[in-house]
Design a protein around this ligand. Structure first.
Ligand SMILES: *[C@@H]1O[C@H](CO)[C@@H](O)[C@H](O)[C@H]1NC(C)=O
Ligand SMILES: *[C@@H]1O[C@H](CO)[C@@H](O)[C@H](O)[C@H]1NC(C)=O
Length: 388
């Protein structure tokens, strides 16, 4: 990456030029609209223009103390490049992880499984990836290295097979926050065995994706690295070699803090080279996904752009494993900007999954359960325009 050192204001008083991959325009943006030498300001959507390589004609400006290059975007720069295609667009499919803390709990009372008819409705509209949370305590009761529960696995596998037999992609999501029975997992060898045991059951299904764990948080950063690596090692040792692996990060895998929190995860290795970094992003004030109010109409792009840059600078690929917004016009504009940004940066972003569908969400603010979930009725027509 080309860096730009601010060495004083231009004689004209103009702002410093934006660096490689940095923002250079968009609604609500007040910084420089020109880029460093070799980069041009490319319109991605109404909220975000970005300095991209080679997209400009340059002229050199002389000032009293420094020589600078200013970039003039070519006339084509107003054409959206948001024509990239997402590989995946889908929905998180909840409920097998419900009844948190009640283990094993009772099927039909504490937890249930996604509805096939809801999955069919979504797939028929173009959604092609579903992330299916489950509780590790139900999959392998008592210890990480226990045998897998036949009954829970059978029900879970029925959902996974329903998705993949219809041509969709299914993400196996131990929805455990890096914890087991409430305690942070520190036994990386045990965690590797857990993954080896589980992945062996899905080794022949190439439409399955393994998500190491949901939303590590408040954990030692090296432990998060080591747990991810242990999961990768266990999955590959199980003979599951064709599948993608989604690696999640600390701080709830938040995209908005990824470039300061999870930088060590660039060290993860996979002999199959199929790691995809799964980040989550909500648009409410604390980013927790508990409010229907979005901070602003451009908060989607604002919160994701640092992650986009991190992925590109590190030669990595990402997926937005959870996102959502309330059913209102501010959130709708923010969600549109977010998805446009992912699409325009589809060299590093593979797709996005809405949180969440599932039969027991009732009147949850983001429910994507057809036919009447709040999020589904408000956002389905918008989201399907981004379907692969
Ligand atoms: C699995 O699903 C069946 C219904 O199809 C249910 O009777 C059974 O209790 C479930 N078991 C578990 C462990 O989920
Ligand atoms: C991280 O990304 C944010 C934008 O989301 C940016 O403002 C910040 O400078 C980045 N930090 C680093 C260390 O790259």
């Amino acid at each position: 990456m080309k860096s730009f050192v601010v060495a004083g204001a231009l004689a004209t008083g103009a702002l410093a030029q934006s660096g490689a991959w940095q923002q250079c325009g968009g609604i609500g943006y007040s910084g420089s609209t020109s880029c460093v030498s070799g980069y041009g300001c490319v319109y991605l959507n109404d909220y975000y223009s970005q300095c991209q390589p080679g997209a400009a004609t340059s002229t050199t400006l002389k000032t009293s103390t420094t020589t600078r290059t200013t970039s003039t975007a070519p006339s084509t720069s107003t054409t959206s490049t948001a024509s990239g295609k997402l590989k995946w667009l889908g929905v998180d499919e909840s409920c097998a992880e419900f009844g948190s803390g009640i283990y094993p709990g009772t099927w039909g009372k504490d937890f249930t499984f996604p509805s096939n008819s809801a999955l069919q409705t979504l797939m028929s509209q173009g959604y092609n990836i579903f992330r299916v949370p489950f509780a590790m305590e139900r999959m392998t009761p008592n210890t990480l290295t226990s045998a897998i529960s036949t009954a829970y696995l059978a029900n879970y596998t029925a959902t996974i097979d329903y998705i993949t037999n219809a041509g969709g992609w299914a993400v196996l999501d131990p929805h455990n926050y890096g914890r087991y029975y409430g305690n942070i997992i520190t036994d990386t060898a045990g965690f590797q065995t857990f993954w080896q045991n589980l992945a062996s059951k899905f080794a022949s299904n190439s439409k399955v994706i393994f998500d190491t764990n949901n939303e590590y948080h408040d954990m030692d950063q090296t432990l998060v690295l080591n747990l991810n690596q242990a999961a990768i090692n266990g999955i590959r040792a199980a003979g599951a070699t064709s599948q993608y692996i989604f690696a999640e990060g600390n701080s709830y895998s938040g995209a908005w803090t990824w470039n300061v929190t999870n930088t060590n995860l660039a060290q993860l290795t996979d002999p199959q080279n199929k790691i995809i970094y799964e980040m989550h992003q909500y648009l409410d004030s604390d980013g927790s996904g508990t409010s229907a109010t979005c901070v602003s109409s451009d908060i989607g792009v604002q919160r994701i752009v640092g992650a986009t840059n991190w992925l590109r600078q590190n030669g990595k690929i990402g997926v937005l494993g959870e996102f959502a917004g309330g059913a209102n016009s501010v959130c709708q504009t923010a969600i549109t900007g977010l998805l446009d940004h992912l699409k325009a940066n589809s060299d590093v972003w593979t797709g996005a999954l809405w949180w969440a569908g599932g039969p027991w969400w009732a009147d949850y603010i983001y429910s994507f359960e057809p036919p009447s979930g709040t999020g589904y009725t408000y956002y389905n027509s918008l989201l399907t325009t981004y379907a692969p």
